[in-house]
Design a protein around this ligand. Structure first.
Ligand SMILES: *[C@@H]1O[C@H](CO)[C@@H](O)[C@H](O)[C@H]1NC(C)=O
Ligand SMILES: *[C@@H]1O[C@H](CO)[C@@H](O)[C@H](O)[C@H]1NC(C)=O
Ligand SMILES: *[C@@H]1O[C@H](CO)[C@@H](O)[C@H](O)[C@H]1NC(C)=O
Ligand SMILES: *[C@@H]1O[C@H](CO)[C@@H](O)[C@H](O)[C@H]1NC(C)=O
Length: 500
């Protein structure tokens, strides 16, 4: 999922110099994993079959013409076919998520046997084809029952219910699944759902969001409360895994964040400081507690009493609770200091006004920005193990199978990742988003990232490989060499907002 639309400014800039040498699959370590991903609500469909109950995404539609994931790719019924496509494509790994309300329909309590069977079947099918599963526990789709009962992630009670859900998954799937992500793009989830109101449950202050009108919420406080609960829920599940399962199952478990490449717009001191502040808000907010046990100083200073405080015990639990960092990356932004504005009233405060920067998109394909993200993570957070859990290129959904721009994007981003690895980044896997065209959370069926085209008008939801799928196959089977790429752009002209 690509995040928000961006400020619209025209820029002409000389960009940094960077280069990617020729490379092949064999330049990566043998145990490096190349895969692709989907998520439950976006791929499965079958929303009211076999005992599944609604999640907060069912029926949520912040923008017009959003459609829904009622059928999506019908992965629930077509999983065998899709695993076969993955195997033909040569995927080494597949990232997917569990629909919590399919496995445990009331959010807690009895397991739904048919839901359980579906995930066991899917995992078995993957393993039979030699494809390593990477399982995300939570990808935006809280059981509606828990939202209705106590407000979901805004309430401390979520920690216990999330941990119990994770416990079921570790117990039932953990003999076969070795790679676990607790919560998908946790920072953008908290911001999008509780500051901007564009993700369910759609909370924001009435006067705050640039995008939608919310009927409830408080953008100045809720994103931080939810961020705190996310960290505690992640840590609780992760610590449970270590205590109860890890010695036997030998898997690893991580939290996933959304990352922008962030670079100062000019070489002024102000823009440099603003860029560091944006990094502290986007990356440090969740990663600094995970690695060092507390929030960044600049956030404590700016957000003040609205930022929850870790007790010593909580800090202990959270610090070191991620075996790896899951990274989602699509875009790179220039950052500039916000224009001085009349002091912001408390009723207008939100995550974005707290961060206090303006951002300018550089364009769609900025591989050196991705390299910069991996370099920053390496240098600022003790070189954590990293899995790239999403990276991909959006196009308008149509039947064009010759997606050469997508092929160019993937080549250059994989090349940029290789540069970072050669300079010491501990990146261990790359999952292209998405394996197949699916229901995009903020764009419905209008925009696609898939390696496979899906004809959503066709009763059988026919799948057809795009050029990018066969490029990936060739890269993975070692018959495609990527030529040296010059990723220097002398000039970048940008105007308008991103396509989502
Ligand atoms: C949000 O919460 C803060 C702190 O409790 C309060 O001062 C502010 O008035 C609330 N804002 C809205 C829009 O309810
Ligand atoms: C490579 O890593 C070193 C050490 O972390 C760092 O100083 C240097 O800037 C990195 N080079 C690039 C091109 O990012
Ligand atoms: C999609 O399916 C519809 C209905 O079967 C068919 O009429 C149409 O030609 C298909 N489109 C493509 C691009 O194959
Ligand atoms: C490698 O993949 C390409 C598709 O890009 C395919 O044509 C070729 O047959 C594959 N070769 C092997 C040895 O699997």
């Amino acid at each position: 999922m690509k995040a928000f639309s961006l400020l619209s400014i025209c820029v002409v800039i000389v960009l940094a110099n960077s280069h990617i040498d020729a490379f092949t699959r064999n330049d990566f370590p043998e145990d490096f994993l190349f895969g692709a991903g989907t998520s439950a609500y976006q791929w499965e469909g079958a929303v009211d079959e076999d005992g599944r109950t609604p999640s907060v995404w069912d029926g949520f539609s912040p923008f017009d013409n959003m459609d829904n994931g009622d059928i999506a790719c019908d992965g629930y019924h077509k999983y065998k076919k899709d695993v076969k496509l993955m195997a033909e494509m040569g995927l080494e790994a597949f990232r997917f998520s569990i629909s919590w309300s399919r496995l445990i329909p009331n959010g807690r309590g009895p397991i739904n046997p048919k839901g359980l069977q579906f995930y066991k079947n899917l995992i078995k099918e993957l393993l039979t084809h030699g494809i390593e599963p990477h399982l995300t526990l939570y990808h935006y789709d809280l059981p509606q029952a828990l939202e209705d009962e106590y407000g979901g992630w805004i309430n401390h009670k979520i920690i216990e219910d999330f941990t119990a859900f994770a416990d079921v998954c570790f117990r039932e799937f953990g003999d076969d699944v070795k790679l676990w992500t607790t919560i998908n793009e946790a920072n953008i989830f908290a911001i999008g759902a509780y500051s901007e109101g564009i993700l369910p449950p759609g909370h924001c202050s009435t006067s705050s969001s640039r995008y939608v009108k919310c009927s409830t919420g408080n953008s100045s406080t809720e994103p931080y409360i939810v961020g705190h609960n996310i960290l505690l829920a992640h840590a609780s599940a992760s610590n449970l895994y270590r205590l109860k399962y890890k010695s036997k199952q030998r898997g690893s478990i991580g939290l996933c964040i959304y990352t922008y490449g962030l670079f100062p717009y000019t070489n002024s001191k102000e823009d440099e400081v603003a860029t560091q502040r944006a990094k502290d808000f986007y990356f440090g907010w969740l990663l600094k507690p995970l690695v060092f046990g507390d929030y960044p100083d600049v956030m404590k200073r700016v957000v003040g009493t609205r930022l929850p405080v870790f007790s010593e015990e909580e800090s202990e639990q959270v610090r070191g609770s991620s075996d790896f960092i899951g990274v989602i990356h699509y875009t790179t932004l220039y950052v500039t200091e916000s224009k001085p504005s009349p002091s912001i009233l408390p009723s207008n405060q939100d995550f974005s006004t707290d961060m206090g920067v303006e951002t300018i998109s550089i364009g769609n394909t900025v591989p050196w920005g991705f390299e910069g993200v991996l370099e920053y993570l390496k240098q600022s957070f003790n070189n954590p193990p990293i899995y790239i859990l999403e990276n991909g290129f959006a196009t308008k959904h149509d039947s064009t199978l010759q997606d050469t721009a997508r092929v160019e994007y993937i080549q250059s981003y994989i090349g940029a990742m290789l540069n970072a690895i050669r300079n010491g980044s501990d990146t261990r896997g790359y999952f292209y988003w998405s394996m197949i065209d699916l229901y995009e959370l903020l764009a419905g069926y209008r925009v696609s990232f898939g390696l496979y085209y899906v004809n959503f008008s066709d009763d059988g939801l026919k799948r057809s490989p795009k050029l990018s799928a066969s490029w990936y196959t060739g890269f993975l089977n070692g018959t495609v060499d990527v030529s040296p790429l010059d990723i220097t752009q002398q000039q970048s002209h940008f105007s308008g907002s991103s396509s989502l």
